[in-house]
Structure formats: structure tokens, C-alpha cells
Design a protein around this ligand. Structure first.
Ligand SMILES: Cc1cc2nc3c(=O)[nH]c(=O)nc-3n(C[C@H](O)[C@H](O)[C@H](O)COP(=O)(O)O)c2cc1C
Length: 409
């Protein structure tokens, strides 16, 4: 057969030269990105990203709980003009999504938080920088401004015993343009990550025979790490070192609602509490002057055997009236976003899904994770028979209901 004849029966595709773009072109859902992340990262780093606390029951339940809810679609609803745009805090977003704070992102990819921030800004969704980020809030703000005229930078706070450092962080974040502060209240003590203990995982990595073996297995990863600045906290001094042990030893187990009020007094922007899990706590948060309730069980990385957040959306919505409500933990698909919205959430946040993208392909991978979730959400809206997220929310109880009897994954 001649080349010209072959050309008549197959579609010739131009090869993609950029490695990241080539890779994401073959990722059709978040699980595909996850598989590439697993290949790209040394075992200990992937386990740090992926793992949950103790028996990891909550991490698994977070994902399966979404699958206990089912759509009851309307047919022939003229969904030709459907879109995923929403309004949140007076801003227009292309979909109801935020990127949740995740620590040590430069461990997943040399550009870490800067790559995530640029992708979020380009997509028009908020990015929350973690207190234990490995890029400074000033660098992240600049990266976001280079990708968008009006980016949405949010800052996450772990309130450590050294309050002065925490207040200085708030001043820096506000000066850099952060508009929302997310105060994490689910970390009285650090969750016990058994995978990390088994792997002897440390930050920075310890040199052991296993690390040397790993270096041989993941040369691309280690070469890029060796060429990048050493991992260090960029917004917080810790007690002089950058290890997980050092940071978790700074957690303040004596925090109470008075501390939420103290943070409220210090922060001039919008305040969210990330991690309350009951309708009562959500109400208490509003009483303490909080603007946004962020339902989260930390992706199952703190308290194990903990209630999945999706099951709390409806009761918390009932408790807080029309106050802004964010939910995270277990979202892996646009269908999950649709379910959360139908049950009463305003915005859905993700942690691992964009980290898979980051580890697999850097900024392009993060952008791909966002566009996958958006296209999945759009298709879901159309197949459910609504034309907007607002309509889904309004008709939520009719269109999404809990399955009768338990569905096994
Ligand atoms: C690797 C990793 C690091 C995280 N670091 C932080 C952090 O520094 N601060 C915080 O409030 N939450 C942190 N989280 C929790 C996320 O903000 C979010 O609540 C969680 O990832 C949501 O669950 P999902 O991963 O199933 O989307 C982290 C999560 C992961 C996976």
C-alpha cells in the first residue's frame, strides 16, 4: 500500500511536540491524570498526595458517598444554550469550582503553587494558597496577575501557637491581593498518615537505600527536583526547619471559637472556616462573624471514619440559610459537582484532582483537570435537562435524590 492510499483511509494527525500537551491529550478523566501522576512521582510522594488518615476509610467513603445520589432527569428540555457560569461573592466564574489549599506543591512539580495559580487564574477560578506552601504568596499573586487581569487569590490559614507569625502572614496575603481567608479548623492535631509512616516519608527526603533506588526509577522527577530550589516554607518560618514534623508540632490544639473571632478581627476581607462538619458548627461560624462555610473533612486526611461531606450539604444549607457554602472532599467528576450544587452548595473545591494534573504535566495538567471537570459538568447539566447551574440548584430536590438501598462501587 502506498502512503497516499493510506492517507485516504485514515485521518493523519500532526504529532504534538510538547510532552505535557501530548500527555493530557490522552487523559479523558481525572482517573487518567491520577495514573500519570502515579507514574511520574516516587512512591512516597504519590502516597503523600493520595493518602488519608489511619485506615483511610473517610478518603474512600468521600468518593463512594457521591455515588449514593442519583439523577432523575427531565427529557426534551431544550438544553442547547446550557452553560456552567455562576456568580460567587459578586464575581462571575466559568464554573462553580475552586482549587483547595494543598501544602508542599513544589514536591509534586518544580513549579508547584505557581503553576497551579497560573492555571486557576487563566481558567477564572479561585486558588487558595496553603499556609504551608512552598512558593511565597507574593510570587503566587504575581503569577496569577500574569495570567489574568482580575485573578482570585485566596489564602488558607493554619493558626499556629506563634500568633505573631500568623498575623504577619495575614498582612502579607492581604497586601498581595488575597480576597478570602480560609481558616482551617479541622487540624487541632495532625492526622496520622500511616502510608507516610510506612514509607519513612520526610520533607525534605531522607537519604536511604530506598531513596537511592527511587532516584534510579524516577530520574525525570529527581533531575527536575535537583535543578530547583530546595523545598522550604515560603510563608512561614516554622521552628527553623521545613519538615512535616516541625510544622505539625506548631499546630495549636487549644483553639476555640474565640480564635475564629480573633481572626475575624484581624482579617479585612471575606472569611471562610474550612472544616466544620455539623449544622451547629456551621451556624456557630456565622455567629462568630464568618462569611463563608466550607464543609470539608480534609479529603479524609485528618479524622478517619468521619461523615462524608456530601451527606451534610442539605442539612448545613438548611441551618445557614442563604450564606455562601463551599464543599470539598471526594469530588472527582463534573457529576459530583452537579450533585453538590443540587443539594445546596454554591461552590465545590478540589484538592487531589488538580494535584494529579500538576504531577502529571505541570500547569497544562492543572488546566486540563479544570477543563475536564467543566466539560463533564456541562454534559451532566444537559443530560439532566437544565440549562444552568442556577436552575440545577433551584430544582435540586426534584433532580437529585438519594438512591434507595446502598449502591456498591
Ligand atoms: C496533598 C494534600 C495537601 C493538603 N494540604 C492542605 C493544607 O495545607 N491546608 C488545608 O487546609 N488543607 C489541605 N489539604 C486538604 C485540601 O484542602 C482539601 O480539603 C482536600 O484535598 C479535598 O479532598 P479531595 O482531595 O478529595 O478533593 C491537603 C490535601 C492534600 C491532598
Amino acid at each position: 500500500m502506498k502512503a497516499r492510499e493510506i492517507g485516504q483511509i485514515v485521518k493523519v494527525r500532526r504529532p504534538e511536540l510538547d510532552r505535557g500537551r501530548r500527555l493530557v491529550a490522552n487523559c479523558h478523566d481525572i482517573n487518567d491524570l491520577r495514573r500519570w501522576a502515579k507514574r511520574a512521582l516516587p512512591r512516597g510522594v504519590f502516597d503523600y498526595l493520595e493518602g488519608g488518615a489511619d485506615e483511610e476509610t473517610t478518603t474512600r467513603d468521600n468518593i463512594s458517598a457521591f455515588r449514593q445520589w442519583q439523577f432523575h432527569p427531565s427529557a426534551l428540555a431544550d438544553v442547547a444554550g446550557a452553560h456552567t457560569d455562576v456568580e460567587f461573592l459578586g464575581r462571575s466564574l466559568p464554573l462553580p469550582l475552586a482549587l483547595a489549599p494543598t501544602g508542599y506543591s513544589r514536591m509534586m512539580h518544580p513549579l508547584g503553587e505557581v503553576a497551579v495559580a497560573r492555571a486557576a487564574a487563566a481558567a477564572g477560578v479561585p486558588y487558595t494558597l496553603s499556609t504551608v506552601a512552598t512558593s511565597s504568596v507574593e510570587d503566587v499573586a504575581a503569577a496569577m496577575k500574569s495570567a489574568s487581569d482580575d485573578p482570585m487569590l485566596w489564602m488558607q490559614l493554619y493558626l499556629f501557637r506563634d500568633r505573631e507569625q500568623s498575623w504577619r502572614l495575614l498582612e502579607r496575603a492581604w497586601a498581595a491581593g488575597a480576597s478570602v481567608l480560609e481558616f482551617s479548623v479541622d487540624t487541632a492535631v495532625a492526622g496520622r498518615r500511616v502510608r507516610d509512616q510506612r514509607n519513612g516519608f520526610t520533607i525534605p527526603p531522607s537519604l536511604t537505600p530506598l531513596t537511592v533506588l527511587e532516584m534510579g526509577l524516577h530520574t525525570r522527577y529527581w533531575t527536575s527536583m535537583v535543578r530547583s530550589p530546595a523545598l522550604a516554607f515560603a510563608n512561614f518560618q516554622g521552628d527553623g526547619d521545613s519538615t512535616i514534623a516541625s510544622i505539625t508540632s506548631q499546630f495549636d490544639s487549644s483553639l476555640t471559637w474565640d480564635d475564629v473571632r480573633a481572626v475575624r478581627d484581624k482579617w479585612p476581607g471575606r472569611l471562610s472556616v474550612k472544616g466544620p462538619l455539623s449544622p451547629d458548627d456551621a451556624r456557630r461560624a456565622l455567629d462568630a462573624g464568618v462569611d463563608i462555610v466550607h464543609l470539608s473533612n480534609h479529603g479524609g486526611r485528618q479524622l478517619d471514619r468521619c461523615v462524608p461531606t456530601i451527606d451534610l450539604v442539605a442539612p448545613v444549607r438548611e441551618a445557614i440559610g442563604s450564606a455562601p457554602l463551599i464543599i470539598d472532599s471526594g469530588v472527582r467528576h463534573g457529576m459530583d459537582i452537579a450533585i453538590a450544587i443540587a443539594l445546596g452548595a454554591d461552590l465545590v473545591a478540589v484538592g487531589r484532582p488538580y494535584l494529579y494534573g500538576l504531577a502529571a504535566a505541570g500547569e497544562v495538567g492543572v488546566s486540563h483537570s479544570i477543563s475536564l471537570l467543566q466539560s463533564q459538568l456541562l454534559r451532566t447539566l444537559q443530560l439532566v435537562g437544565v440549562t444552568s447551574v442556577a436552575e440545577l440548584r433551584e430544582r435540586g430536590s426534584e433532580l437529585v435524590r438519594r438512591a434507595e438501598g446502598r449502591i456498591d462501587d
